[in-house]
Design a protein around this ligand. Structure first.
Ligand code: ZN
Length: 149
């Protein structure tokens, strides 16, 4: 099961999501849905000179998906597109990787995203955790719809 610390972080972000609400200054948007769980989010970005100046999300879903969207928004806010995509690559590799992978080491670069790594024990939940990221990627790519992989 998820460790207590991770569980606390997820519950906290689910209860009080960061970067939640409309973003009137947005110049990129995308919507993503995970039909298996019923998660549905839209992500709005203000992209300035290849940097995510502001990010907000709206929608609803399970605790994992909502916490993941909140933690992701925190993590990519202020970053360049390249940095945000690199962070997703690392997160994706860990969360879909083998269980014996050294999370302690990866955790250093994952920061708060580490709270979601325990989800990899539950394959159906991996889609919940990665949905906000796929939606972000779609928004960055200028497409308005994300698949849940
Ligand atoms: Zn879900």
């Amino acid at each position: 099961m998820l460790s207590d610390l991770y569980k606390e972080t997820i519950l906290d972000h689910n209860r009080r999501p960061r970067h939640y609400g409309p973003l009137p200054s947005a110049n990129r948007r995308a919507e993503g849905a995970n039909p298996l769980c019923g998660d549905r989010f839209s992500i709005a970005l203000e992209l300035v000179d290849d940097r995510i100046k502001a990010i907000r999300f709206e929608g609803s879903g399970c605790a994992i998906s909502k916490a993941s969207a909140s933690i992701m928004a925190d993590a990519v806010s202020g970053r360049t597109v390249e940095e945000a995509l690199a962070l997703f690559d690392r997160f994706h590799a860990v969360i879909t990787g083998p269980m014996d992978r050294d999370v302690e080491n990866d955790g250093e670069t994952l920061g708060k995203l580490e709270a979601l790594v325990g989800v990899r024990e539950f394959p159906i939940r991996v889609k919940c955790a990665t949905l906000p990221w796929h939606t972000l990627k779609a928004a960055l790519a200028g497409s308005d719809r994300a698949s849940s992989e």
